[in-house]
Ligand binder design. Structure first.
Ligand code: A5P
Length: 213
């Protein structure tokens, strides 16, 4: 199997578990969504490949910042890897998301800002346009207070929208912004969400996707 490897604290746990399975003989090749996940996979002995070798992915395992109940629409990007995550997710036959129950929401935007990846040149113009749309964008900073740089050399604007009434409409607008590389709305992409909670594990299935084994 060709397996997409997500990014973030939850994906890190998933990759650890996958590494253990590989050690026991599971045969997969991984496509990492960040330098960080690539390094972790190498350390665990998970063989890696890329989209050049394998443009179609069987299954991607990743985390999310928010999961909308019912639709399984997501907000992603808190870990700064949303562009590569979205490319890998869109190349995947199945996208399996792992979250804890605090990330289940009744509407996107309720608990998280929406990360938006922008070209460094003129990011202020994109930020102003986002403000005109009712968002409160903040340039993400690194630990040393310089602008955060993604693996592709871009910046991120964390945009507080509050509850997003129509994620599909918002995504449609954002897709046409000049200078905006990608946004963290992952709509209609998750096939399955595994939710860990105090009562155990719940598996949420998107209509049309049979449960995986
Ligand atoms: C990485 O860019 C993100 O999309 C993460 O998948 C998301 O932020 C969830 O991260 P945690 O598992 O660390 O909460």
């Amino acid at each position: 199997m060709v397996v997409g490897l997500g990014t973030g604290t939850t994906a890190k746990l998933v990759i650890d578990a996958l590494g253990e399975r590989v050690r026991q003989g599971l045969r997969i090749v991984g496509i990492p969504t960040s330098d960080q996940s690539a390094q972790q996979a190498r350390d665990l002995g998970i063989p890696l490949t890329d989209l050049g070798e394998h443009p179609a992915i069987d299954l991607t395992l990743d985390g999310a910042d928010e999961v909308e109940q019912g639709t399984l629409h997501l907000i992603k990007g808190r870990g700064g890897a949303l562009l590569h995550e979205k490319i890998v997710a869109s190349a995947s036959n199945r996208l399996l998301i792992v979250v804890d129950e605090s990330k289940l929401v009744t509407g996107l935007g309720i608990r998280s800002a929406l990360p938006i990846e922008v070209i460094p040149f003129g990011w202020q113009t994109v930020s102003l346009r986002l403000q005109h749309m009712g968002a409160n964008p903040r340039l993400r900073l690194a630990d040393d207070n310089s602008p955060f740089i993604t693996d592709s050399g871009h910046h991120i604007l964390d945009c507080v929208f509050g509850r997003i009434p129509s994620p599909l409409d918002l995504a449609g607008h954002l897709d046409h912004f000049v200078g905006l590389v990608e946004h963290g709305l992952f709509l209609g992409m998750a096939s399955e969400v595994i939710v860990g909670g105090a009562e155990g594990i719940t598996v949420l299935q998107r209509a049309g996707f049979p449960a995986s084994s």
